[in-house]
Design a protein around this ligand. Structure first.
Ligand code: PMP
Length: 314
């Protein structure tokens, strides 16, 4: 599905028109997947003038961590990267919800698949975006036949472009089987995550998610929801999850920047719990959307408000 790109992008150190932000076909990162990216959402506030960026400094920090995995050397720290992202949001002056895609890549055209000596660039583009997974019904999930990449093959905790071949294989499998999303097991056979989102289950009132050592992406939404659950007095566990626990769980949901919080109705054709959204999921979903829309006083620090520039009178 094509989504509308916003007019301006950040490219080679400045803001340019999106259509002018172009790289060579020989770019190392295009040939070998040696890039890293972030996916960040901005939600239009009820005032219609402010875009609330969810956990901007955390996304900037994770992009820098992913960059370190690729041995990238960039003239940014967390705050200057977050400020650069904010300046692009201001330039695009969105009138609705947006998705922001900052990424780093190696512009060198050297034919060798290597990480050093190719240069490193930051680019950012933005698009208007609503829901990625449907929120008005439950997700039908399958367990994919593709395993999640092990960390000692391609670092799974980083958001590395080449690693998304793994996600794409699993997502296609879900599509072809008529499901909404794929759940990937790691090479040890334990539950890892969705093709583009983390996963939680609820058993006996305890909220459970795989640990960061289960070859998952260290999701920022995952971390946020764990905090919300702890604050609400919901018992939480980060531990390995067996495949068949998905079949006997009381509740299950996906979460992530794109996925937001999407409850799972069935896994491999088996209903999760009664096949309805459960109470723990419902609570977390309410707090999540209140937070990202800027309606939560408690988690206000998690959003960076950016006011749209009001055009000067003619
Ligand atoms: N896992 C994968 C593979 C993802 O692509 C994403 C989306 N970034 C997530 C998990 C969720 O991470 P986050 O909450 O930081 O968006």
């Amino acid at each position: 599905m094509d989504r509308p790109m916003m007019e301006y992008a950040f490219f080679e150190g400045r803001i340019v028109r999106f259509v002018d932000a172009k790289v060579s076909i020989g770019t190392n990162s295009l040939q070998y997947g040696t890039g890293a990216f972030a996916g960040i959402r901005g939600y239009l506030d009820a005032d219609g003038e402010t875009v609330n960026i969810f956990r901007l400094p955390d996304h900037a920090e994770r992009l820098l961590q992913s960059s370190r995995l690729l041995r990238a050397e960039l003239p940014f720290d967390r705050d200057s990267l977050a400020a650069t992202i904010s300046s692009l949001v201001e330039a695009n002056a969105p009138t609705g919800d947006v998705y922001i895609r900052p990424f780093i890549y190696k512009p060198g055209i050297d034919l060798t698949p290597r990480l050093r000596g190719l240069g490193d660039e930051l680019a950012i583009y933005m698009l208007a975006m609503g829901d990625y997974l449907s929120l008005d019904r439950g997700q039908r999930a399958i367990v994919a036949s593709w395993c999640r990449i092990p960390d000692n093959a391609i670092p799974s905790r980083g958001k590395l472009t080449g690693a998304y071949v793994n996600s794409a294989l699993a997502k296609d499998e879900a599509d072809e089987k008529g499901a909404d999303e794929a759940i990937m097991l790691n090479t040890a056979g334990k539950v890892a995550e969705g093709s583009g989102c983390n996963l939680f289950i609820v058993r006996g009132g305890t909220l459970i998610t795989p640990p960061v050592s289960s070859d998952i992406l260290e999701g920022i939404t995952r971390r946020s929801l764990l905090q919300v659950a702890i604050d609400a007095g919901i018992p939480t566990e980060q531990r390995e999850i067996d495949r068949t626990e998905l079949y006997v769980a009381d509740e299950a949901f996906f979460c992530g920047t794109g996925a937001q919080l999407a409850w799972i109705e069935s896994v491999d054709g088996r209903a999760v719990g009664p096949g309805q959204i459960g109470p723990v999921t419902k609570h977390l979903r309410t707090v999540f959307f209140d937070t990202v829309r800027g309606r939560s006083a408690r988690y206000r620090a998690w959003v960076t408000p950016i006011r749209r520039r009001v055009p000067a009178p003619a």
